[in-house]
Design a protein. Structure first.
Length: 326
């Protein structure tokens, strides 16, 4: 049995990774500060099953608190760290660049230093496809130039990769940076497009569509992401940057059409101009992930949307209709 510390352990991706590790017999420490970016109740719901597991501990705290983080490492002695805690979102980062710098850069360095001092076997950092910016070459490869991020959020993720390399170079601690491509599925954050569009269409409200609908994303289903994360945790190897995506692209218009089909309802479109910081497309090359991790994405987008809508109806819409809160 290994012990894994997951930062952002009550979040969308972190809670799913925790469940997978617990199911196979690992011990998991979930660190989360329950940032009010979205409801604490949602995050508590995310980890409900984990909290019932005897091998899970929830540690409520902030990754910027160096003393508390150091004490947690001393108490729990994690073998591996999956660092997914961050202030998330491209558009909010434009409004609050200093806040994003403080959490995503300083917080990451606090964790890297604590992990280094504790002799952690492997540190896995959740990076983002946003680091590719307006890259004209597709699919995006880990060797592509990524020094022109177009949002503060993207810049903080690139900075996290650079800090990870520096710590690895100076200490030898194995570090893997995983660039996630537009993750969706059950428990997706309510501010993200698929969840937001599903809710608004279901409620008969207009959905904001930025641009003409031709922007495209490499949507990656949560089960595929979790598989890649767990494979990465189990395979330390120097310093590595690895894409995790589906390696297919779906336009915004196609995304809306699939949600309409799964819901059985039509969307009312509120056309708005393209937003600063948004990239025109994302598209992952996953050859490196296949080679190093044995990663193989399996979820077709249509099937993934159907699974998400089924979860939404059961976990979000039904409780809301009954007057409850999630």
């Amino acid at each position: 049995m290994q012990t894994c510390l997951i930062t952002g352990g009550a979040g969308f991706i972190g809670s799913h990774v925790a469940e997978r590790l617990l199911a196979r017999g690992d011990r998991v420490i979930g660190l989360d500060n329950f940032d009010p970016f979205y409801s604490r109740g949602i995050k508590e719901g995310n980890i409900r099953s984990a909290l019932a597991h005897p091998s899970f501990r929830l540690a409520e705290g902030d990754i910027r608190d160096a003393e508390a983080v150091s004490r947690l490492f001393e108490e729990e002695k994690p073998d591996a760290v999956f660092h997914s805690a961050a202030k998330a979102g491209v558009r909010p980062s434009i409004a609050d660049p200093l806040g994003y710098q403080d959490v995503n850069i300083r917080g990451t360095l606090v964790l890297l230093e604590a992990a280094r001092k504790a002799g952690v076997r492997h540190f896995v950092f959740a990076s983002s496809s946003s680091v590719y910016g307006e890259n004209p070459k597709v699919p995006f490869s880990e060797d592509d130039f990524v020094d022109h991020p177009i949002s503060p959020y993207a810049a903080t993720k690139k900075a996290g990769e650079l800090l990870s390399y520096t710590v690895h170079h100076l200490s030898g601690m194995p570090i893997t940076c995983l660039r996630f491509f537009t993750v969706y599925g059950p428990r997706q954050r309510p501010d993200l497009a698929i969840h937001k569009f599903t809710r608004l269409i279901d409620e008969g409200k207009p959905i904001p569509v930025f641009g003409d609908g031709s922007t495209s994303r490499d949507y990656t289903y949560i089960d595929d992401i979790v598989d890649g994360v767990v494979r990465a945790i189990d395979r330390p190897g120097g310093y590595r940057v690895i894409n995790l995506g589906e390696s297919t692209t779906v336009t915004l218009s196609e995304t809306i059409a699939e949600i309409e089909r799964a819901l059985g309802k039509r969307a009312s479109i509120d056309r708005q101009p393209l937003q600063p910081g948004d990239v025109p497309r994302t598209y992952a090359s996953v050859e490196k992930a296949r080679r190093l991790l044995g990663y193989e994405p399996r979820m077709p987008f249509r099937d993934g949307i159907e699974k998400f809508v089924a979860w939404y109806r059961e976990a979000v819409a039904a409780p809301a209709a009954a007057g409850g809160k999630r």
